[in-house]
Design a protein around this ligand. Sequence first.
Ligand code: EPU
Length: 419
Amino acid sequence: MEKLIIHGPKTLNGKVKISGAKNSAVALIPAALLSEKKVIIDNVPNISDLHKYYTILEELGVKITHLSNSKIQIDSSNIHNFEAISDNVKQFRASYYLLGTLLAKNGYVKVGLPGGCNIGERPIDQHILGFKKLGATVIIDSDNVTAKSDKLIGNEITFDVVSVGATINVMIAATKAIGITVLKNVAKEPHVVDVANFLNALGANIVGAGTDTITINGVNNLNNEVQYTVIPDQIEAGTFLVAGAISGGEIEILNCIPQDLECIISPLKSAGVNIQTFKDSIKVNSNNIFSPINIITEPHPGFPTDLQSQIGVLLSLSNGTSTLTEQIWESRFTYIDELNKMGANIIVNDKTAVFNGVNHLKGAKVKATDLRAGAALVIAGIIADGTTEITNINYIDRGYENIEDKFRKLGANIERVVE
Ligand code: EPU
């Protein structure tokens, strides 16, 4: 078992380059199986969730060639297995994108029910609603989901809840359906737009991604030669923004999309953080005095749930009482017990956490309870007095590429050790 040991407090200074977006890559990579050609994808983050995805795809007969640290080639010409039911599949959530992809490609698919970070109930009823509306028969048993259809047919589908996964999955499934599919009440996250752009590059005909309605004109084949670059990770960039805000130095965040980060830039500015945006980079610093603010998580363009725990570290240091209300997931406050061990004063009342600001955090032995909780504890450890030891860091490795190297280059004293 590995853990992170962080000696603080340290001031962070310098430049950090953001990697490709996890939540885009976990959709683009399976979606590439729709292509008749080999597909090259660049700016792919080197994270454990993707390593797991490569193994799953290889189990299906897909050939993944690593052309460089961040570039892969996907060759699905010899895919022979349309039942993704191994233990690897069940270990992470985004394996559900194989449902939409292989249903569209092959007319039959069985996928193990997805697992993932422990952040609450994670139903897939909206994905299934979409596949059924396209004419598929969907059967769910205790372990697997099976979807079948001789030919998917375009339809108008209004989702009951705004879901990133359902929007992307049904959009993928509809790319080769007969006729027009109109998806309403869809998610508008940057990675939804990225997947639509990728599918269009392959040869699909999708308009409206990034708005409330997406229209897909079904095509027979996707056979363009494609080399596609994944967008930068909005959440990794937001994580470094918070770190820069609370560390007392100045960080320049390179390779990011500032307009996609307005959801976090705006509350940080309200708290008193100085932020300058450029074409594809952001500078952040502060005088370490933070006004209290109130935040509610919402689908994009609202404040993202995936940055809730990271901004929680800043709120725990604010000059007064702040609140964070989590509306997307039931169990995303598990990091709060850990931050309280580090000297924070936070009380959770159902969906709202109340942060009574303290002057300093202090090092402690803490555990990452999910991916973003882990990232929050890393930031907290860097600015806390003394030594912080973080266990369960496999969660962090699922979605952050070289987190300790990136923070070390900015001046953190952080090392990975084997227990
Ligand atoms: N929901 C349903 N039915 C569904 C699907 C979702 O009721 O069929 C509900 C969920 O229970 C939740 C809400 O809708 O309350 C939003 O869920 P969504 O489907 O948008 O989440 P997801 O697609 O499963 C992705 C990211 C999450 C991120 C959420 C919200 C991936 C692989 N995961 O999950 O990322 O929190 O969108 O933005 O893309 C993370 O990166 O740390 C992470 C958890």
